[in-house]
Ligand binder design. Structure first.
Ligand SMILES: *Cc1c(COP(=O)(O)O)cnc(C)c1O
Length: 399
């Protein structure tokens, strides 16, 4: 049905369809697991951010059930009024210990962390220096700030240094980067970034959404992975990816935490996490500490899958993480590859312009700790079939 004065929405959707960039939602009828029922079909799932398989971890489900029974299903308030329960405080204590920082503060999501924290860190008279491939929520956070924005080419440390020099007279300088970049799976050169920031008196802000639970000891993230504990001012993480639940957090000093409690707009003005969510997140940190084999299995599977995909002759770009892009060129090729994979029983989506450059269209995959070797072998066979059908790889490739 169209509604008067809202017809323009239908017209815009039509334009998206004609441009071939309209996105349909896929619907899961099963839990988020290595094999899932997607749009009615049982497939091997290479699309989720559920790196460690925690979305269905028994200990976390039990923690959520118990919190539900004990505290009810909602908090009925924002954190800053009556919505801070002992559970929220416990989670923040767990996170600060886990991240080796003085304090941590939980937000509703990783997205609201970035959009809420960046405008507090830098404003009028300050400069924010940001990698061109940083996440959309960082871009929004910077837009909400009154600081000057300087974008540097992806991982280009000479450009970062020039920007830092140029910003010497600003009140404050803030360097912002993803730890792991979500479309390419490559890692920020944090040792160099931290050295430069220290030399030029800048704060460093690392968004470790795709690295928490994946890099570092027990999944502490890229800062711990590079031995930079104590030298990064602001670490943001998400509870929605490897942690398997929902939420975002910042790990930093007590001073910054206290400031964000007073100034972080999503924190102040949006209702806090339900008890079940918070309790499941606490259980997840305990799982990370007590089941390091999950992270090991994730990396075993990552190495196996990447090697087999590369052996088939596919281009996996610069990935150093469990995110493996299969770069195929033109947008329609990526969409076709995704379609054939689905026919062959594999769920992996095409990613095209404007998310990535037009000639770097790709199918993006993420393996998890809970995929079995059989799951991955079946997926690789599907890639072989689809790659040959589209002429992307040679028929005679030895496997
Ligand atoms: C996914 C992601 C976010 C958003 O996290 P949510 O908890 O899903 O809101 C933020 N930053 C980066 C780099 C991400 O990859």
């Amino acid at each position: 049905m169209t509604m008067r004065n809202l017809e323009w929405a239908d017209e815009e959707v039509e334009q998206l369809r004609q441009a071939g960039t309209y996105m349909e939602l896929r619907v899961l009828e099963s839990p988020q697991e290595p094999r899932a029922v997607v749009n009615g079909k049982r497939v091997i799932n290479l699309c989720s951010n559920n790196y460690l398989g925690l979305t269905t971890h028994p200990r976390m489900k039990q923690a959520a059930r118990q919190a539900n029974e004990r505290y009810g299903v909602g908090t009925g308030s924002v954190r800053s009024i009556a919505g801070t329960f002992t559970l929220h405080r416990d989670l923040e204590e767990h996170l600060a210990r886990f991240k080796h920082t003085e304090a941590a503060l939980v937000f509703q999501s990783g997205f609201t962390c970035n959009s809420g924290i960046i405008p507090v860190l830098a404003g009028d008279g300050d400069v924010i220096i940001t990698d061109e491939l940083n996440h959309a929520s960082i871009i929004d956070g910077i837009r909400l700030s009154k600081a000057v924005r300087v974008i540097f080419p992806h991982r280009d440390m000479d450009a970062l240094e020039s920007a830092l020099k140029e910003a010497h007279s600003a009140r404050r300088r803030l360097v912002v980067t993803d730890g792991v970049f979500s479309m390419d799976g490559d890692v920020a050169p944090l040792p160099e970034i931290v050295d430069l920031a220290e030399r030029y008196g800048a704060m460093v802000y690392v968004d470790d959404a795709h690295a928490s639970g994946v890099f570092g000891r027990n999944g502490r993230g890229t800062i711990n992975h590079f031995g930079l504990d104590g030298r990064v001012h602001v670490q943001v993480g998400t509870l929605s990816k490897a942690i398997g639940v929902l939420g975002g957090y910042v790990a930093s000093t007590e001073g910054l935490r206290d400031l964000l409690i007073n100034r972080g707009r999503p924190f102040i003005f949006s209702t806090s996490h339900p008890p079940a969510v918070t309790a499941a997140c606490i259980a997840a940190i305990e799982v990370l500490e007590s089941e390091p084999e999950l992270v090991e299995r994730l990396w075993d599977n990552t190495r196996f899958f990447k090697r087999e995909i590369q052996n088939l002759g596919f281009d996996t770009g610069t990935s150093e993480s469990p995110i493996t892009p299969i770069i195929v060129g033109e947008p329609h090729t990526a969409m076709e590859l995704s379609r054939i994979l689905f026919r062959e029983g594999v769920f992996a989506l095409g990613i095209v312009y404007p998310t990535v450059p037009r000639d770097k269209s790709r199918v993006r995959t993420i393996v998890t700790a809970t995929h079995t070797r059989e799951d991955l072998e079946e997926a690789i066979a599907a890639f072989r079939t689809a790659g040959r059908e589209l002429g992307l790889i040679a028929d005679s490739v030895a496997v």
